[in-house]
Each structure stands twice: as structure tokens, then as C-alpha cells.
Design a protein around this ligand. Structure first.
Ligand code: 5GP
Length: 233
């Protein structure tokens, strides 16, 4: 039996009729309101995002829904919303996902409401998603800032996937195969960063986010500055 989630929204996200407030694609979206983080599984997106979000609490990380089983240490509602396939399907049918995709045999998607809620309240929202999802967001929200994280090499990517010890051989093979496809698409993104040395990559990342950059330099005033079709592309 699936739990009932409020998707991290506590108040104020519904209008008087109870319907979700809709953000008009791109109109309300300044560059940087929505930041898409993509890169092959194992490249270290989470490792990069963690210190970034710690340094910049003004950024809001979207929590995805997935049909994948939790890994040891993963907490429902914190790392992902772990939901059943029928519930995922229902969310797709109700257009409750901003984007979604199948990856290595599981479904992953971004719940729409919390993202719209945060953007409407002036926050920048970070989506950590794979390539197909990033492409869907690009269609719906061309003003989203799209960042691609590259590994120094495929061999190093394989090392990292193996070292984290989460995946069986089948899953590792699927992830590596998919990684090659994703890496070929890196040029589609606004910004590409090679995650070789973590500090270097983090610096590059901060420098590439204009609103964060200005938040770091006190002289300049800080500048604060989403429907997906019901079937996957
Ligand atoms: P993992 O199973 O390693 O947590 O995630 C597998 C892949 O799914 C990663 O590349 C991750 O970025 C991606 N992913 C996580 N959440 C979402 C989501 O909401 N939508 C899409 N399209 N991909 C996601």
C-alpha cells in the first residue's frame, strides 16, 4: 500500500479550488530559477550537489519519485519518494510529474507541485535527473539552466560505480552502456563540468551560476532570481 505524500509542501500551494497553481512554461521562469543537473550515474552529481546546497541554502533540491528499491541508508522522502509502479503510473496519468523517464529498469520522475511551489516563492530549484528527463525539461522550460557533469574517463566512471558498491553486475553494465549515450549528448547542455577534482568542479559550478556568484561577492547586489506530455518521449 502506497503512502500518501504531500511532496514536501506544507501550505499554500493550492488555490481556492484546490487545484495546483500552474507555472506557465518559461514565462515566469528567469534563467536560474530551474537548474538541471545531468550526468552519467556514478559521475558524482550528488557528491557535488551536497556541498553546493550546504553553502547555498537558498537553493532547493527537488526530491524525485522512483520505483527503484531503496539502497541501504536511503530514506523515503529524503533521498527519493519510493513508490510503487501503479502509483508512478497514476502520477503520469494525472500529469503530476514535471518530467519522467525509465532508467536501468526503474522509473524516475520529478513531482511537479513542489517545484512550482518553490519557484513561485522565489527560490531556485535544482533537478538532479538523467538525460531524457533533462530533454523534456528543455522542451517545456527552455529557460532552465542545464548543466552536464562529465567523468574524467569511462574507466574512472566504472571505478566509481563499482566503489560505491550499490549495484549488481547487470545494473553496472546497464549504467555504463547508458553513460556512453549520455556523454555523447553533453554538448546539448549550457554548461559542462568535468568532475575530476571535487574542489575544482565545485568552483567551476559556483562560477557558472550567476546568481550564486553574486551572492558570493558582497559588492554586487544578489539577483534572486514547467507539462510534460503524458507519455515518455
Ligand atoms: P540512481 O538509481 O543512481 O539513484 O539514479 C539513476 C539515474 O536516475 C541518475 O542518473 C539520476 O540522476 C536519475 N534520476 C534521479 N531522479 C530522477 C528524476 O526525477 N527524473 C529523471 N529523469 N531522472 C532521475
Amino acid at each position: 500500500m502506497d503512502k500518501i505524500y504531500n511532496w514536501g509542501i506544507h501550505t499554500g500551494n493550492l488555490n481556492s479550488s484546490g487545484a495546483a497553481l500552474a507555472i506557465k512554461p518559461d514565462e515566469a521562469l528567469k534563467k536560474g530559477s530551474l537548474i538541471v543537473f545531468t550526468g552519467p550515474s556514478g559521475v558524482g552529481k550528488g557528491t557535488l550537489l551536497y556541498p553546493l546546497l550546504k553553502r547555498h541554502p537558498e537553493l532547493h533540491l527537488s526530491i524525485s519519485a522512483t520505483t527503484r528499491s531503496p539502497r541501504p541508508g536511503e530514506v523515503d522522502g529524503q533521498h527519493y519518494y519510493f513508490i510503487s509502479r501503479p502509483m508512478f503510473q497514476q502520477m503520469v496519468e494525472r500529469n503530476e510529474l514535471l518530467e519522467w523517464a525509465e532508467f536501468a529498469g526503474n522509473y524516475y520522475g520529478t513531482p511537479r507541485q513542489p517545484v512550482e511551489y518553490q519557484i513561485q516563492h522565489g527560490r531556485s530549484v535544482v533537478l538532479e535527473i538523467e538525460l531524457e528527463g533533462a530533454r523534456q525539461v528543455r522542451q517545456s522550460y527552455p529557460n532552465a539552466l542545464q548543466i552536464f557533469i562529465l567523468p574524467p574517463s569511462l574507466a574512472e566512471l566504472e571505478n566509481r560505480i563499482r566503489q560505491r558498491g550499490h549495484d549488481d553486475e547487470v545494473s553496472i553494465a546497464r549504467r555504463l552502456k547508458r553513460a556512453q549515450v549520455e556523454i555523447k549528448a553533453a554538448d546539448e547542455f549550457d554548461i559542462q563540468i568535468v568532475n575530476d577534482d571535487l574542489d575544482d568542479a565545485l568552483n567551476q559550478l559556483e562560477n557558472s551560476l550567476p546568481f550564486i556568484h553574486s551572492a558570493l561577492s558582497p559588492q554586487s547586489p544578489p539577483v534572486i532570481q514547467l507539462p510534460i506530455s503524458q507519455s515518455a518521449p
